[in-house]
Ligand binder design. Structure first.
Ligand code: SAH
Ligand code: AVI
Length: 325
């Protein structure tokens, strides 16, 4: 069996400086908000994996079913020489694309790009053992900052952005990312994006308020990450997990709300932070889409919608686009 793994790490001191800056400005802004990409240290990645198995969290199961049904057809249609995946996490679902790509004989490389070092290492090791001869070139980096570090393609490229992670960005950030992707894509390259769809409030809110409390722990992990990286002494258990559907913005919002009065110190920022009971900061948005809103965003950046794959209940969708000609 031939195993070929290379992993480039692009998150060094710069990442800590950006985290420090994002926490400083996030806790000083109104409303207070910290970007969700910081959830994903080793523990955050592990908690997210647990979320994907929860009965209430339908997106993973439903996206998997769409990929199982359409994966081979997508590969046949695009005939990629490689798959670049943004935010793969464990990349479990990506098997539905990798298997047909490797079996086609045309695809030889997989490029996972994730801020979580453990995620890149673990998925690279698993996939190298599973697919004989598949070259794996992982990047530990931020897909909003390090797109230019992706190695040149050996041929036609399929960029996969699964899980609905695009919905964790607000509209200006999505437009910036989609535009950057559009300008990187060759005429025959394709982009495959997974998005959660607008649906009734009860089902959405249940998915982010699971009975076992795993999402609450995932949410509070941001406090652990702040403490560990910025020498802070915030008490994670002093924050209550809050998640609700903001219907006018068509997004789930997750917040951490102080249960009691608290005074904490963030040494690395030389910052004292005080919380009154009920004070809160936003930790994540998770935007929900319709085919119409999404295709409008694609067209605005020069991406042409080519195919739409969904489940019978239209809970989740995969959309395939390419550069408009
Ligand atoms: N695609 C997987 C994992 C989704 S969780 C699935 O569908 O199950 C989101 C993943 O994106 C995590 O692994 C997280 O570390 C990664 N991520 C979030 N923001 C990122 C960013 N700005 N750059 C790179 N990776 C990011
Ligand atoms: C990774 N992302 C698409 C997940 C979501 O549903 O927005 C993260 C998550 N947050 C809470 N549960 C899952």
């Amino acid at each position: 069996m031939t195993e070929t793994i290379r992993i480039d790490v692009h998150l060094h001191e710069g990442a800590l400086a950006s985290f420090a800056e994002d926490v400083r400005s996030g806790l000083g802004s109104d409303p207070k908000a910290i970007p969700p990409k910081y959830f994903y240290d080793a523990r955050g990645s592990e908690l997210f994996e647990q979320i994907t198995t929860l009965p209430e969290y339908y997106p993973t199961r439903v996206e998997q079913s769409i990929l199982d049904a359409a994966g081979a057809e997508i590969i046949e249609r695009v005939q990629p020489a490689e798959i670049v995946e943004l935010g793969p996490g464990s990349a479990r679902k990506t098997d539905a694309l990798l298997r047909p790509m490797v079996e086609s004989g045309a695809g030889t490389r997989y490029v996972p790009v994730d801020v979580s070092e453990t995620a890149v290492e673990q998925c690279a090791r698993r996939l190298a053992a599973q697919y004989d001869g598949l070259e794996i070139h992982g990047l530990v980096g931020d897909f909003e900052l390090h797109m230019d570090r992706i190695p040149p393609a050996p041929g036609r490229r399929l960029v996969a952005f699964l899980g609905g992670t695009i919905g964790n960005l607000d509209e200006p950030d999505r437009a910036r990312l989609l535009k950057a992707l559009q300008s990187e894509l060759g005429t025959e390259d394709r982009l495959l994006v997974g998005t959660d769809l607008v649906k009734d409030r009860a089902q959405l809110e249940a998915a982010y308020n699971d009975a076992a409390g795993v999402t609450a722990e995932f949410n509070r992990n941001l406090v652990h990450v702040i403490n560990a990286n910025l020498d802070a002494d915030l008490d994670p258990d002093a924050f209550e997990h809050v998640a609700f559907y903001n219907e006018s913005e068509r997004r789930i919002e997750m917040w951490l709300r102080a249960r009691e009065e608290m005074n904490a110190r963030i040494d690395a920022l030389e910052m004292d932070v005080g919380f009154e009971p009920g004070d809160e900061f936003r930790t994540e948005i998770s935007c929900k889409f319709t085919r119409e809103t999404l295709e409008r965003e694609y067209r605005a950046v020069g991406l042409e919608p080519l195919a739409w794959y969904t489940d019978p209940d239209e809970l989740f969708a995969l959309s395939l686009t390419g550069p408009a000609t």
